[in-house]
Each structure stands twice: as C-alpha cells, then as structure tokens.
Design a protein around this ligand. Structure first.
Ligand SMILES: *[C@@H]1O[C@H](CO)[C@@H](O)[C@H](O)[C@H]1NC(C)=O
Ligand SMILES: *[C@@H]1O[C@H](CO)[C@@H](O)[C@H](O)[C@H]1NC(C)=O
Length: 530
C-alpha cells in the first residue's frame, strides 16, 4: 500500500514538477506498468495491458485471472495484438494475422496528465464494433475526449469462433466475448483508480456490435460495474445482432478442416490444437456468422444471457441509469445492383419470421406497397430500399429499445440521430459519427473543414458532458446552442446532430408507426430459439 501511494505521487510530480519528462509508472496488483507520454496532447497511454488470460489449450473456454507480470516492469507500449479476425467488413482483416492470437484479452488506457488518485476523473470504457467477428479496440484514439478530463479505456474481446460460438455444450454455451468484456469491466473497477480514473464514475459505450454488447452488459444478471451507458447504432433487438445459436458450428469447422466427427467435444479438442488462422479461414470460407445468443443452461455453468432478445428486461439494474442512444440517418446501404436480384422485402422477412409462405408473401406485398407503391424493383427505388433496410435493421429496433429501456425506468434517456454529412453524400452511413469522436487510425491527418472541426468539438463535448454529468447539455454555449431534452413515456424528442444542431420530434414518425403496428401483429412470429 505504501508503494502504491508513493508511486502515484511520483507520477504526479513527474508531470507537474520541474523534473524532466519521464514516462508514467503505475503500480497495480499485477505489478508495475510503464506507459508513454503522448506526443499529441497532455496525456499518457498505457497500451496492451492484459486484463485476463486465455488458456491456449482451451481457447474457447472461460478467461482466467489476469496474469502477474513476468518482468519487473510491464512496458505498456505495444498494442499490436488483435483477437483473431473472421470479419468481412472494411476495418477488419486488413491487418497481419501474425499479430493475432486467441490470448488477446488486453486493454488500452488513455489518461489525462492531471488525473491522479487524488484527482480521479470519469472513465469511458469503449467496446468496439465489427460484427462480433472483426475490429479491435486499438484503433480508437481520442485525444479530444481525453482532453476534456476523461480517462478512456478501449477493450479487446474474443471474436468469431473464439468469442461467439453458441453450442449445445457446457464447454461453450455462448457469449464468451461478452464474458470477456465483463472481465474487462471488473478489471477497470479494481484497477482504474491507479491510472487516475474514478471506478464509480464509469460510462460503458460502444458502436454497432459494441453497442449491442453494451446493452447486453446492461441486461445481464451480472453485477453492474458501470453507471451510464452510450449505445450508438446497435441493439440486441436488431434482427441480425442476436440470433439463434447454431449448435453445430464447431463440428462444421472441424469437418471442414479434415476431422470426421459428429461430437462437439472432439471437434473442440481438434480446433483448440489447430492454428487460429486456419480456424478463422475455415469460418470465412463457410460464411459463418457469430453472434450473441440465448445460452442453453447447464448445471454448474453460469449463463450471461438466457432469454430471447425480446424478453430482455432488468429493471433492478436499469432503473435510473442515464442512457444516450441513437443512430445515423442512413445506416444501411446497397452494394451496386445486387439488391435488384431478389425481392428483398420477401427475403428479409423470410429470414426473420416464421410464417407460412402464402401469408409471408401477402405481408411482404404490404411492406413493399408501403415503401415503393406499385413500382417494380429497379435502380429507381434504391433510396426506398435503403430506407426499408435501415428501418428493419436499425431505426425501428433502436426506437423499440428506447421504449423497453423506459419500461425498465432508465432515466434520463437522451436520443440522437446523426445526420451530418460532408458535401456530396446523401446520408450519414453506419459509423459516420466515429470519425468525429475518435481519431481512428490517425485518420486525423486528413484535412478537416471548419465545419468538420466544429463537429469534432461538438460530438466530443456532448459525449464528455454525458460521461461526466449524465447530461450532455448541462448548459448551452456558442458551440452547443440547444438544450438536449430527454425522451419521456409519451414524447420522443431527439437531437439532430447536424451543422445546425436542433431538437426534433419522433424520428421518421410515419415509418416507425408502421413498424410499431407490424410488430404488434406479427412480432410473435419472430424466429427465436426454443
Ligand atoms: C466419417 O465417419 C463415419 C462413421 O465413423 C463413416 O461412416 C464415414 O464414412 C466417415 N466419412 C469420411 C468422409 O471419412
Ligand atoms: C463524475 O465526475 C464528474 C466530473 O469530475 C463529477 O462532476 C461527478 O460528480 C462525478 N460523479 C460521481 C457519481 O462521482
């Protein structure tokens, strides 16, 4: 304990005193951690700290306690390690697979120089997106948020087959990646004070799959290790975010890789011994999807989530939790002319609803008339196709999530829609806001216009205010001239985040009313696990 205090004083002196600039040194239970002073701001970085350990003989199994450091000092300089990637999206799989290992449970801490154990600052824990199969937490640097007096933690968690296989087997019941995230939250609770963070002033935030994760952390029966929640463009109510687990994934992977077995246990043993790049390669070749799921229960195995998405509820945990939630105005896009090839209204509904073909056809016709009238599916209806896909996968599920959070007495709930676009674009795509919150991959080198700089200042100020006070606009200013009012049981104001910031009411009110009615009639036919 003595050493602990002494080191934190040393840390302070080095920063504020006349001593030469020395890299910060912090003592935690695992040992001494040495970070690096940032060159682009008044803060320190601690990169690649292991918060838990994966047993490489059982890479699909539960994480083990964080290891003590082997060296006298752990040099937190390197976060090149990534969890094995199976994703298809733009951010993932660009990296070098030599940097990948299932033993990837590391996090990065960015701490303002003025933060200390005596002057602890609010904490943002960021869960990255990437469809539960790609992405990593290492690419989110955010000097603009840190400089508002916030300790930022970005987390890596297991992905794809290592994080999100849901088997009918107690060894791999599902949601391992979410359990990894929970271990990271536990680590933050236990250790963040040493880095100048307040463990009782934590905002858990994420985008896309990260946002779905954050909400699942909120709904799970586990202890609540955070105080506020930010959910950007993702919810377990999205039809693609929480799916019936396929109990045969391990067997299929093993078969593909040459083991003839019909037993999970044999398949898992074989996959554990197989190099991760072969396993992820097989998953890619088989176009497998890995998602959170409703876990089967086994005696002696603790479940993280054991209900369907539509049954998620946890008033005890959610009551009086401040929540900031929203999406962009053009979440989905269509790739080239592919969308012309099939009746996407029918196929999409067919994927997600169990109905007799005749009935499904009838319903798909109604949905089609609603969006495109009697027009045929041609290039002319591209924007309506985007509207339908966005409503189906994001816009309505997120409105629905707000409704459910209010039922559980979340309070206050701030809703936004990010619609700011750079000139020439039709709408803000999935992830558009990230460019203003984070300096992703040092993309900041790109020249920003005056308005774009203002958007960076606005986004980071609104988010920082929420992280600090649970209120994004405690006061108005030249930068943020509007007061952001929370939603209520009967009203749905939202902040339209655009060059001319403004409050509006009920995002896409006709379309959302259509899906509200659709859901009240057909919601019960949704495909789920039983
Ligand atoms: C797989 O094993 C089964 C049962 O042992 C056997 O009948 C089958 O021929 C095997 N298939 C291959 C491709 O080896
Ligand atoms: C969280 O931190 C902010 C900013 O330092 C402070 O104003 C607020 O009171 C803190 N909240 C709690 C619950 O400690």
């Amino acid at each position: 304990m003595k050493a602990f205090i002494w080191l934190n004083i040393l840390f302070l002196v080095n920063i504020h005193g006349a001593l030469p600039r020395v890299d910060p040194l912090v003592l935690i239970n695992q040992g001494l951690v040495k970070g690096i002073k940032a060159s682009d701001g008044d803060y320190s970085k601690f990169l690649g700290i292991p918060y838990a350990k994966v047993d490489l003989d059982d890479p699909f199994g539960p994480a083990q306690a964080a290891p003590e450091f082997e060296e006298e000092i752990f040099h937190a300089h390197d976060n090149s390690r990534k969890c094995p990637q199976t994703g298809f999206g733009p951010v993932e799989s660009s990296g070098n697979s030599e940097d990948e290992s299932p033993d990837c449970l590391q996090l990065n801490i960015y701490s303002p120089s003025k933060a200390s154990t005596l002057n602890p600052m609010p904490v943002l824990v960021w869960i990255h997106g990437g469809g539960f199969s790609g992405g990593n937490g290492n690419q989110y640097e955010t000097p603009n948020l840190i400089e508002q007096g916030i300790v930022v933690v970005t987390v890596n968690y297991r992905l794809g087959p290592y994080g999100f296989m849901c088997l009918d087997d107690p060894a791999v019941p599902g949601n391992q990646g979410l359990k990894d995230q929970y271990a990271a939250l536990r680590w933050v609770r236990d250790n963040i004070a040493a880095f100048g963070g307040n463990p009782y002033n934590v905002t858990l935030a994420g985008q896309s799959a990260g946002s779905g994760s954050v909400l699942l952390q909120l709904y799970s029966q586990k202890e609540k290790l955070f105080d506020k929640v930010i959910a950007q463009s993702g919810t377990p109510l999205s039809p693609d975010m929480f799916v019936p687990g396929d109990p045969d994934l391990a067997i299929q992977l093993a078969n593909y890789l040459g083991l003839n077995t019909t037993e999970n246990q044999k398949a898992l043993e074989f996959l554990a011994k197989t190099h991760h790049s072969l396993v992820t390669g097989a998953a890619r070749s088989l176009s497998m999807e890995f998602r959170p799921c409703n876990e089967k229960s086994f005696s002696g195995v603790e479940n993280f989530i054991d209900t369907d998405a539509y049954a998620l509820s946890n008033e005890k945990k959610i009551k009086n939790t401040p929540i900031l939630i929203g999406n962009t105005d053009m979440e989905m896009h269509v790739d080239g002319d592919d969308f012309l090839e099939k009746d996407f209204f029918y196929t999409r509904l067919d994927e997600k609803f169990s109905l007799e073909p005749d009935q499904l056809k009838e319903i798909a016709e109604i949905v089609r008339h609603y969006y495109i009238g009697d027009r045929p599916i041609t290039k002319d209806v591209e924007s309506e196709a985007v509207a339908f896909q966005s409503d189906f996968a994001f816009n309505h599920p997120i409105q629905d999530t707000i409704t459910n959070l209010l039922k559980d007495n979340a309070n206050p709930v701030y809703a936004y829609v990010f619609t700011y676009v750079e000139s020439g674009e039709e709408g803000a795509p999935h992830g558009a806001e990230l460019d203003y919150l984070f300096n992703m991959n040092q993309l900041d080198d790109k020249v920003r216009s005056v308005t774009e700089h203002m958007m960076v200042d606005r986004l980071t100020t609104l988010w920082a205010n929420f992280i600090k006070y649970g209120n994004p606009t405690p006061e108005t200013s030249d930068l943020i001239p509007v007061k952001w009012s929370p939603v209520t049981e009967t009203t749905r104001p939202y902040l339209n985040i655009v060059a001319e910031l403004r409050m509006e009411e009920r995002f896409l009110k006709e379309r959302m009313a259509f899906w509200e009615l659709f859901q009240s009639v057909y919601g019960k036919y949704r495909k789920t696990v039983h």
